[in-house]
Design a protein around this ligand. Structure first.
Ligand code: HPA
Length: 233
């Protein structure tokens, strides 16, 4: 079984033939959409209503364990800090910095499951990354994603600090998800697309790209992810 985690509402993407399922486990309940051997997991819930800091990440990612997922691709809309990924461009994340807090970011925190300190020196699968790159060599590579707490956007000073720390792109969700997926031993890859310049990085303000371009790019990445997971829609 394969999985794709995405932020955009499934309904807006217009996929027919996927069966909506609610899956309950020790970490709570989560929604997913299943067709054949592919599960789509909308991280913000079915109506894109759950704020990043309030998402039940463990329930969402535990869906993969329940379904026996062995490979997953997660898609992220991000803001651009450096010119290694500009608005309207797509890329692959190779590492992350976690500035989020107060989130349940581990299955193995000693409460429900025993304490374990997961290695995070190679969070993503190089096999899966290479498969995605062979399908779309234009993707920007080796991006570093800083995960902020949200839901507010960052200040200029925060973005300057994150750039000095080595971040290329900013978003509010990846670190938490990637850590949990890694704990489950699932091979994964993180694809991102930039929808704006981060705070203080453009003279024109944050300059978000339009809805149509956002949908076009997110849909391209979704189809790329499906192809990489050998799913034929
Ligand atoms: N900051 C945080 N998260 C984001 C941004 C941003 O500028 N753009 C898209 N997700």
């Amino acid at each position: 079984m394969k999985a794709i985690v995405l932020g955009t509402g499934i309904d807006r993407l217009g996929f027919s033939g996927f069966e909506r399922k609610s899956i309950s486990g020790p970490f709570g309940e989560a929604e997913c959409f299943i067709r054949d051997n592919l599960a789509l997991i909308p991280r913000h819930g079915k109506e894109h209503k759950v704020a990043p800091h309030l998402i039940n990440y463990r329930a969402n990612i535990d869906v993969m364990r329940s379904l026996g997922v062995d490979e997953a691709i997660a898609l992220y809309a991000v803001g651009s800090i450096t010119d290694r990924l500009l608005p309207g461009e797509c890329g692959i994340v190779s590492d992350f910095i976690d500035m989020s807090h107060s989130r349940c970011n581990s299955f193995h925190d000693g409460t429900i499951l025993p304490l374990r300190h997961e290695e995070m020196d190679a969070p993503f699968s190089s096999d899966l990354v290479n498969r995605v790159l062979s399908l779309d060599p234009s993707l920007r590579r080796d991006l570093v994603y800083v995960t902020t707490q949200g839901p507010r956007l960052e200040t200029k000073a925060e973005i300057t600090a994150y750039e000095r720390l080595g971040a290329d792109v900013v978003g509010m969700t990846l670190a938490t998800e990637a850590s949990l997926i890694r704990e489950l031993g699932i091979r994964s890859c993180a694809l991102c697309y930039s929808i704006n310049m981060a705070a203080g990085k453009s003279q024109e303000g944050m300059s978000f790209i339009g809805d149509e371009e956002t949908e076009r790019i997110s849909s391209h990445l979704l189809h790329l992810a499906m192809e990489a997971l050998a799913y034929v829609c």
